[in-house]
Design a protein around this ligand. Structure first.
Ligand code: BGC
Ligand code: IFM
Length: 811
């Protein structure tokens, strides 16, 4: 069942009922000011950091699920309704929500009044604009009362949720005309405040939540709206809100437009000014002046739309497959940009106060957006590398505002270092900018320890070389990509002591997955060494990679598939010898995509085992059989009920690894079949089962052992976005950036047909036509560049070219 449809021309998903199975959200903002907004106008805003600079308040895990947002109430006689349906939930005559790229539109119609809300964050500004147009479609005059409503968050969202003994006494506001200022804590830190304003005179306001709602009401029945009259309350402590009242008279057919601006203003805290607690209103007036008229709003909106058009033009495909085109050209790239902005901090499943930027997460995200915003990708790489430790290990997460490693979580996830090589290599392959390798980058944010980025990569590489276990496989540490596979837990086998490795290494749990990563990214590291003219280091790296390759074949192969790991007792994990959890997806996907076992014929076998043991109609499960009991020696993985999350859920993130692995083996049918199973556009029809947004990927879909098989959870902020985009754009459609130029090597399903691709790469626009006269799945028989035949399938890079036409014939 569907709850809406795609509008590809408008680049929107159109939701036609407010009663979606879960809130279906969108993200506004590209730089510093961000908002989450659901299809019923729920959500919240923050500047730069969802934890430390939260502007409006949200209530997690609430009843109803999606509660608190930026609402407009319309009182028309005795009928009170919201254009986005919530919170009054008054039945609407018409409802539509259009989530677009960086904006959302809502249309609500009730009793002949049509309200259209457009909401977006303009480029280069720290504010959100909500323009509401109200139209009278009846033949009688309408006397309406329009109320706005936001609830302020007292900045630090973590504290806001917990520290009531303080919070209930700190709230401060100031009202000047139509502008409601939120200045809580300003008297102390004097560096930021917020404002909510409307571009017309108001007929009243409220800033105290109690006065607006009434002491016993929720936001579905505010007293003020019921009465039709604001109380002009000025909050002092408790919970400040911002409510404007506009009395709107509409003649038959008449429409009126109002522009509301929610702004965040930062000023220099060292400024000396007249008196404490006098906010720098001038800065606010300047901002509000930029969005006073419809024309200004239209213009700012056009700038935003152009920004996206330009961004998405960098990779654009026209194939015979609408769903592929829609995902590649719009939604998958859009989600990649959202993961760039948010990492794993703020979604409807990430509270914004728990996790900031993940080291591994943000490095992987780079794979999906380096082509879109290379400059910002560059800065991101430096930020991430600056949190690395001297021995090559890394803080697992850092806070976006401070960019400092998060000491509470610490380090010890032994896959982290290699992801830095993955992200940096992707950036250089995309941009050709190897100067980044010479950038001086600190360790642990300590400038006195700055060293060229290339050294960071070496530390990453050597960290693995220096941390191997008894099978010469990488030590797993606290966990690898699979956060929940915590193999260095003890006391699981009474009477048997865990194995140690060297005096300081602790237990010996090893990861075959990290070994696969090392083979893949070790070679990419060697290529970067070659690029820098360091043949000796390249040779050393390749020798280490070969050793690892051999170690995987020797002790990482189980007969039909790759073993997952060795636990702290040196027992196999993910082996046919295990009672449960006999096969895991990660080493199958990653070892094969790294090329391990291809020439030995093992890779093919591993892929067959995946198909036979892990595949389902909704995607490939992470492991099988699911753990039915808790295994102390495995850690969190077995704490989940069977079928959920890391215990046999379908982790969408590593499905593309298997799909890519299939392209390495040349099986376009299977690669595409895997791609389709988790692809939002392909599963839109089962939205009632899948439940999460049909335009973006979710981290996890419940596996076959789960009660709700096929149900998605944790949408938006997942490495799935970057990896599926890598899969479809670089391996299936096959435009892969090498250090020397674009390589064209598609691997497509039977009958996929010809396709055209526009790809902007290092400032050159490539127009690539791929034809497939013999309907093969893989292989390029000839290629011409601007009419001239070239050897091989890499387009020689010529920086003086502007537009280049490439004809590729598969065969
Ligand atoms: C969750 C994992 C998640 C990890 C990240 C765990 O508690 O179960 O799914 O990846 O935390 O911090
Ligand atoms: O790899 C992790 C990721 O960093 C966070 N989400 C879950 C994944 C698997 O555990």
């Amino acid at each position: 069942m569907k709850f809406g449809h795609f509008d590809d021309d408008a680049r929107e998903y159109v939701i036609t009922t407010p009663k979606t199975p879960l809130p279906w959200i969108n993200y506004l903002g590209n730089q510093e000011f961000f908002s989450l907004i659901s299809n019923t106008c729920g959500g919240y805003s923050f500047c730069k950091d969802a934890k430390l600079l939260r502007i409006t308040r949200y209530r997690y895990n609430n009843i109803p699920y999606d509660n608190n947002g930026k609402y407009f109430y319309i009182k028309d006689g005795n009928t009170i309704w919201n254009p986005g349906w919530q919170p009054t939930k008054t039945a609407l005559d018409e409802y539509e929500c259009r989530h677009g790229l960086g904006y959302s539109k809502f249309k609500g119609v009730k009793n002949g009044v049509e309200a259209n809300v457009l909401t977006f964050v303009p480029m280069n500004d720290r504010c959100e604009i909500s323009r509401i147009k109200v139209k009278n479609t009846t033949s009688l005059t309408k006397e309406l009362k329009l109320f706005s409503y936001v609830e302020w968050c007292l900045w630090n969202a973590d504290d806001d949720e917990r520290n009531f003994q303080r919070n209930l006494s700190t709230g401060e506001v100031e009202v000047i005309g139509s502008s409601i200022f939120h200045k809580t804590e300003y008297r102390e830190r004097r560096n930021h405040f917020a404002v909510y304003s409307v571009n017309t005179e108001v007929d009243g306001f409220d800033t105290s939540r109690e006065s607006f709602l009434g002491p016993y009401n929720g936001n579905d029945t505010p007293d003020v709206v019921t009465e039709g009259k604001c109380t002009n309350s000025v909050a002092s402590g408790w919970s400040p809100v911002a409510v404007h009242q506009l009395n709107v008279t509409l003649e038959p057919g008449e429409e009126k437009s109002f522009v509301f601006v929610l702004g965040y203003i930062e000023n220099d805290e060292n400024d000396k000014w007249e008196a404490p607690n006098v906010i720098k209103k001038d800065l606010a007036w300047e901002m509000l002046d930029r969005y006073k008229t419809d024309e200004q709003v239209d213009k700012a909106f056009a700038v935003l739309c152009d920004y996206w058009t330009n961004l998405l033009s960098k990779y654009h495909v026209k194939s015979s497959n609408d769903k592929v085109d829609r995902m590649v050209n719009i939604w998958n790239q859009y989600q990649c940009m959202v993961t760039f902005n948010m990492s794993r901090s703020a979604s409807y499943y990430e509270s914004g106060i728990g996790r900031g930027m993940g080291f591994r997460d943000s490095c992987q995200d780079l794979l999906g957006f380096v082509h879109l915003i290379p400059d910002r990708a560059r800065a991101r790489i430096i930020d991430i590398a600056s949190t690395q430790f001297e021995d090559g290990s890394a803080y697992h997460q850092y806070q976006p505002l401070t960019k400092k490693g998060n000491a509470d979580i610490g380090s010890g996830f032994n896959d982290d270092p290699l992801w830095l090589i993955a992200g940096t290599s992707a950036y250089i392959r995309e941009t050709g900018d190897d100067s980044i390798l010479d950038e001086m980058v600190p360790f642990d944010n300590d400038e006195s320890k700055a060293t060229p980025l290339m050294n960071h990569l070496k530390r990453s590489f050597d960290y693995i070389v220096n941390h191997k276990g008894p099978h010469k496989l990488p030590l797993i540490g606290r966990a690898d990509w699979n956060d929940c596979l915590n193999l260095n837990c003890f006391s699981a086998h009474p009477g048997e002591s865990f194995q140690t490795f060297g005096p300081s290494e602790g237990p010996v749990a090893e990861s075959v997955f990290i070994a696969g990563m090392f083979v893949k990214y070790g070679e990419e590291y060697a290529q970067l060494c070659d690029l820098k003219g360091d043949a000796k280091e390249a040779e050393y790296a390749r020798a280490q990679v070969q050793e690892m390759y051999d170690a995987v074949l020797k002790d990482g192969w189980d007969g039909e598939w790759f073993i997952r790991a060795y636990d702290a007792y040196s027992h196999k994990v993910g082996s046919k010898e295990c009672e449960e959890g006999q096969i895991f997806i990660e080493p199958q996907g990653f070892c094969v995509l790294a090329g391990i076992g291809v020439k030995e014929g093992l890779a093919q076998k591993a892929m067959e085992s995946v198909k036979e043991k892990l595949d389902t109609k909704y995607g490939i499960m992470i492991l099988q059989p699911a753990y039915t009991k808790y295994h102390l020696e495995l850690g969190e993985v077995s704490s989940y009920p069977p079928g959920y999350k890391e215990n046999a859920g379908i982790f969408c993130h590593n499905n593309p690894w298997v799909s890519i692995a299939e392209t390495v083996l040349g099986d376009g049918d299977r690669a595409f079949e895997i791609y389709k199973k988790t692809c939002p556009a392909y599963i839109e029809d089962i939205s009632e089962i899948h439940c999460t947004e049909p335009y973006v990927y979710s981290q996890m879909v419940a596996g076959k052992d789960a009660k709700f098989f096929g149900q998605g959870k944790n949408s938006w902020l997942t490495g799935t976005a970057a990896w599926t985009f890598t899969d479809i754009s670089q391996y299936i459609l096959g435009v892969y950036p090498t250090l020397n130029g674009l390589q064209i090597n598609p691997c497509v399903p039977d009958g996929f047909g010809d396709f055209d691709l526009d790809r902007t790469y290092r400032g050159v626009n490539y127009h690539i036509h791929v034809s497939n006269p013999s309907n093969v799945q893989k292989g390029v028989s000839s290629m011409t560049v601007d009419g001239k035949a070239v050897e091989g399938n890499v387009i020689p890079f010529d920086s003086s070219a502007k537009d280049v036409t490439v004809n590729v014939v598969m065969g």
